[in-house]
Each structure stands twice: as C-alpha cells, then as structure tokens.
Design a protein around this ligand. Structure first.
Ligand code: FAD
Length: 447
C-alpha cells in the first residue's frame, strides 16, 4: 500500500533544481485568513489554476504541503504530448463524440498553451519545440505508429513516419525499425515550469503558502473552511489539485486513481563532444512499449533516462538497466554511472482520462492526469479556474465523474506491481519477436 506520506515526497531532482527559475519562497499560512478561492496543491495543475484565477481578478491563496513542484510536476520526464493515452477513436467511443472530441482538441492544444505561458512569463524552463520522437519497439509498435499517423492525417495533422535509416539519423543510434515524429510536442524542465507558473500566479496577485499541508476542510456558511498545519482560511470556493495525494484530502475520491510510481535518472552534464550525434535535434525519445521509456537531452547537456522499476512502493529504479539502454542506443557514449536518480507518483485513472468534478457545491477537483500532466495539467488548471469563476459544467472540456470506481483496493502496491510486471513482460516479448530490433528489455511504453 502506498502510504500518504510516501506520496508527498520531499527531495527534488538536482538536474532540474539548478535551473533559471529559482525555488519559490512562500511563507507557511499562519493564523486566520480569507480568500475568494483557495487552491490546494502547487504542482502544474494548481499553479495554473491559481494563475488563471488571479489573472481574472479573484483573491486566491495557493496552499502547498511541501514546496512548489514537490509532487509529480517537479519529477517528470519532461515531454508535453499533444494527445491522450487513448487513441482518438477509443476516446470518442468511451466519452461520446462531443465530449471525446472536446478532450482530444484540448490535449492537442496543450503544447501551444504551455508555449504561450512560458513565453508570456519568460519562464526559464529550457523549453524545446523541436518535437518528439516515438520509435517502434516491435512490429506491433510500427503498426501503432502507422495507425497514429493515419488518424492524425485524417484530422489534418501531418506526422512524419521515418524509416529505419531516417530513425537512426533522428536518434543518433539504436536499431529501431521506424519512428513517428510529433512536431507539435515540446520538452522542458518540469520543475522550472512549475516554479515559473507559481511565479506568474504570484505576479498576478495570488498568495502562495508553501509548507502548508491541508489537514482538514469543511463547508461553512455557504463557503469553505480549510485548516492547515499552522493556519485556517475561509473561502467561497475550493479547488483541489493535489495530484496522487488526493485521497488524503478527499477520501471519497481515493479509489478513482491508482498511484503508479515512475523512475528517472540523469547523467552529469556531458561535453558537446560526448553528446555529438545523440538526439541531434534535441527531440525527446520514447518508444511504443507500454511502460515509460524516455531518453532526452536537457539544456545543460545531461541525458535523462526513464528507468524500469517497481510501480508500487519499495525498491529504487533499475540503474543498471538504464545504463544498458544508453549503451545499446549510443555505444560510443562513455557513461558508467548516473549522477542521480529519483522517482515520483503518477495519478493513473483506470480509464486514463483526466477528470474535473464537483463532488460538493463549490468544491472543484481535478485528477487522473495519467502521466500526461505537463500539458493537460496546465489545461486542467485553466478549466478548474473557469469552473471556480462560475462557468458551467458543460462548458469544460474535461469529463466529470466516471461511473462506479473500480473494485481493486486503493493504492494496492501488489495490484500495481502485478499489472506493471505483466505489461513489462508483454513489451519484452514483443521486442524479441523476429522482426523487432534487439533492445534491452528493462525499460520502456506506449508513449
Ligand atoms: C517520473 C515521472 C515522469 C513523468 N513524465 C511526464 C512527462 O514526460 N510528461 C507529462 O505530461 N507528464 C509526466 N508525468 C506526469 C506529470 O508529472 C503529472 O501528471 C503532473 O505533474 C501532475 O501535476 P499536478 O499539479 O496535478 O500534481 P502534482 O505535481 O503531484 O502536484 C500536487 C501537489 O499537491 C500537493 N499536496 C498534496 N496533498 C496536499 C495537502 N494535503 N495540502 C497541501 N498540498 C498538498 C503536493 O505536495 C504536490 O505539490 C510524469 C510523472 C512522473 C512521476
């Protein structure tokens, strides 16, 4: 069982922390306060909500248990993907044509939304707009990419499908048979982006309190009363953007997400010579395995690699497997150790759709970003702000509450580990098929 304090991890990757965006310095909430809207959680979703609320003129307080970006936002791999985890036809079938198309369009618009905010607020997050590469890890992966190209071509978006030689040139190594380039995708330093959004929210008039864990909330006189470790605040409207820790604040939503742990590692900054030819256009690489499989270059010359590792609590990620992956991709690269590694929790929704719900009047909650939160969390924060400012439920592009929650135990590490292990076995088996490239089997996803 992933315990609550495990889900609120504290140390942040040094690879991301030493960026141009300094750590935010928000004093804890002490004593009594009053606001129009209180936002709980200063990750990308909460910071985006606070910014959009403050920009619209609301008196906003943003409460963060630890530091800005302490959750998934400060630990992510760093790619902004313009689509959901499910393919468009499936989304439309699951959510209905109108709601499905609205959510697909919102996801497609997230790179532009992120780029606009980064540019408008001069957020120093090493944003790279040269696109993303999704490589085929198996014959089935090639089919997935071809279908994706065709789906988006029918929607007027051209995604170049590279053959083996072009893929080799685009990645600078490896033996993938094919790859799809997603020109709309971005990569960025996620912690710097979260900090920059918080700075923008503060500049727009929001008050941010770090080290202010919400321990209780109750409705009071038509509004809300929120209690933190050291203070209390009354407000008309409450927005909850607590990521994977949502069940700690709202137990009734605990079973709506499955905490899924993802592991990353980063090399020390490498010289230009060492990096020559590696991901030459700086595009972040993932492949078609179902579990996360990223490799990308950072602005200061590190390689960030997604590691295989337990999807529940417990052991660290597989550093040896990560190094083997780098060696297989780039045999010339002389890296014998990572400078650091870290992990974080993803709020995986059973159906992988993000949700915006109002479980009680005046309480708006976003969850279920399912590993797509850098872009979708930004959009969800904006949508939460609009709802808190009075827009109607049918005006948001995020679906509301799904049907009954699944029966599995909340946060059961056994259930998570078993599911992830069997997916990893399928990925590895596919990669071993006769017509698949030989790759280390320990990393890897459906991007
Ligand atoms: C290793 C890893 C790699 C990832 N890679 C990518 C990627 O490449 N692209 C992508 O789009 N997504 C990626 N994701 C997912 C992405 O990071 C998340 O979807 C996104 O950051 C979620 O943002 P959020 O603001 O909703 O939640 P969080 O960033 O988790 O923020 C929630 C905040 O709420 C605070 N909080 C919780 N409880 C309380 C409380 N009681 N009181 C006050 N504050 C509280 C937490 O401290 C936290 O700061 C990755 C995630 C991980 C872990």
């Amino acid at each position: 069982m992933a315990r609550r304090h495990d889900l609120l991890a504290t140390s942040l990757p040094l690879a991301y922390a030493g960026c141009g965006e300094p750590a935010f310095a928000g004093d804890p909430l002490r004593g009594e306060a009053r606001a129009d809207v209180v936002v709980i959680g200063a990750g990308i979703t909460g910071a985006s909500a606070a910014f959009h609320l403050a920009e619209a003129g609301a008196r906003v307080r943003l409460l963060e248990a630890e530091r800005v970006g302490a959750g998934g936002s400060g630990r992510a791999f760093g790619q902004v993907v313009p689509y959901l985890r499910t393919e468009p036809a499936r989304t439309v079938s699951d959510l209905g044509t109108e709601a499905g198309e609205r959510l697909i369009a919102t996801a497609a618009g997230t790179p532009a939304l992120v780029a606009e905010l980064v540019s408008r607020h001069a957020i120093a997050c090493d944003l790279d707009a040269s696109g993303l590469i999704f490589a085929a890890h198996s014959a089935g992966g090639s089919v997935v990419l071809r279908e994706r190209r065709d789906v988006w071509a029918a929607r007027g978006v051209a995604l170049p499908l590279l053959d083996m030689e072009q893929t080799l040139a685009a990645i600078g190594g490896g033996s993938y048979r094919a790859a799809l380039v997603e020109p709309r995708g971005l990569s960025l330093n996620p912690l710097a982006y979260a900090r920059g959004l918080a700075r923008a929210a503060s500049a727009a008039g929001a008050t941010l309190h770090e080290r202010s864990r919400v321990v209780d909330m109750s409705s009071s006189h038509g509004g809300w009363r929120v209690e933190t470790t050291e203070g209390r605040i009354a407000c008309d409207t409450l927005v909850v953007a607590a990521g994977v820790a949502i069940g700690g604040i709202l137990p009734e939503l605990r079973r709506r997400i499955l905490p899924f742990r993802v592991h990353e590692a980063a090399t020390a900054p490498l010289s230009a010579d060492a990096l020559a030819g590696i991901l030459p256009r700086q595009r972040a690489l993932t492949d078609t395995r179902r579990l996360p499989s990223g490799v990308r270059r950072t602005g200061d010359g590190r390689l960030v690699v997604t590691l295989s590792g337990p999807a529940g609590g417990g052991r660290a990620g597989d550093l040896g497997g990560g190094l083997a992956r780098l060696r297989a991709l780039f045999p010339r690269l002389d890296v014998t150790a990572f400078a650091e590694s870290w992990s974080g929790w993803v709020d995986l929704a059973p159906d992988q759709y993000p949700r915006l719900v109002e479980p009680r009047p005046g309480l708006f909650v976003g969850y279920g970003l399912s590993g797509r939160g850098l872009g979708l969390g930004t959009a969800l924060g904006q949508a939460l702000a609009r709802r808190a400012l009075g827009s109607r439920a049918d005006e948001t592009s995020f679906p509301g509450m799904a049907g009954r929650p699944p029966r599995w135990l909340p946060g059961s590490s056994l259930a998570v580990a078993a599911a992830a292990a069997s997916i990893r076995r399928i990925d590895a088996w596919q990669a071993r098929q006769a017509d698949a490239p030989r790759l280390p089997t320990s990393n890897g996803p459906r991007p």
